[in-house]
Design a protein around this ligand. Sequence first.
Ligand code: CTP
Length: 418
Amino acid sequence: MLAGKRVLLIISGGIAAYKSLELIRRLKERGVRVRCILTPGGAEFVTPLSVAALSGEKVYRDLFSLTDEAEMGHIQLSRDADLLVVAPASADILARMAGGLANDLATTALLATNRPVLVAPAMNVRMWTHPATQRNLKQLKADGILVVGPDEGDMACGEYGPGRMAEPAAIIAAIERHFAAGAGADRPLRKLRALVTSGPTHEAIDPVRYIANRSSGKQGHALAAALASLGAETVLISGPTALADPEGVKTVHIESAEEMLAAAEAELPVDIAVCAAAVSDWRPAKPAGQKIKKAGGAAPSLALAENPDILARLSRPGKRRPKLVVGFAAETENLLAHARAKLASKQCDWIVANDVGPKTGTFGGDHNKVSLVSAAGVEDWPALTKAEVAARLAQRIAAQLTETPKAATKQKPKGKAR
Ligand code: CTP
């Protein structure tokens, strides 16, 4: 049930930090994306390298790091997660959280977040039972902070009593309880299957050359992750990209349009299909079995054959048609006219139209400005990151599929409709 979730783990100073490495592993095994903030105190107990290696992500350490801010601002870091977990949570960080301080990256993220927070306190027994810590804990609980542990037992400092950090298994159980409690609202697409195509296709000319395009796959991969995070059992059919497979998503790697179609059809039936791939419209009609040599003659001409249209095939009326089929229209001119024409010719339900002209930076970039085109009209969305477009589209899909059919047909597009 944790697959596709995103956890921001804050590791503060304490000997129990070694257990956080185990926690990262256990979360990753469950398909959770784990980003970590390591406080200076935490870094005295575990190395940034171990945290990075286990999480497979960059480790964030410094509030004033220009590199970190350029990659992901601290506000976004605090919100680009479904849950913040502080483990171990030292007496000091609990005190600063209770007081609303924001004097380093960890406490700034905790104060700036709009996400739930779970703390796993770990400290010496006297520090734990001290009235100041108990006062802070009361305040944190009143603020809605979730708490797991601490356990009672022998402590690393030689004393006995409460203060030992909860075991990783218990922290995971607390995380699962949290998500299970919010499952209805948080995972509206659970029980539904989603298929996403992403990236370019490569069409072989000969064993070493191919026809391709500039698609990075960023938008399609972000969509697969967003659908999975809303609970959909998600399959991503990906052309060749430089991106990692999204957590919690079954990823099938293919090269050509024909392979993409076969892989997509093998996954049917699905409830949702989103075709974000930039499929090559043509392929060399007869790829050469051996590398084509120059051989001193004229340049060879390339006879092309048309590729199958995966979006149109998936949209074909019939028993296996997904309930909702969404296509993209990558255009360099007359965006909306082309998008409307594609909606009709491919028989899909929605088209996400985006301008991919060279000046927009959409291909390969991290931002996208799209319009959602459907029978109900056109909605222009503001310029957003590709992750935000993905999250918004996934929410719209969830709203469409979880509303009663009657209400859905009456639904008016939000935003500027034309
Ligand atoms: N598409 C597809 N299979 C193809 C071609 C396109 O599934 N062989 C899908 C894309 O994934 C996208 C939509 O169709 O969702 C539109 O793709 P686009 O490249 O914008 O349009 P084309 O159909 O290729 O038409 P054109 O190149 O003439 O604009």
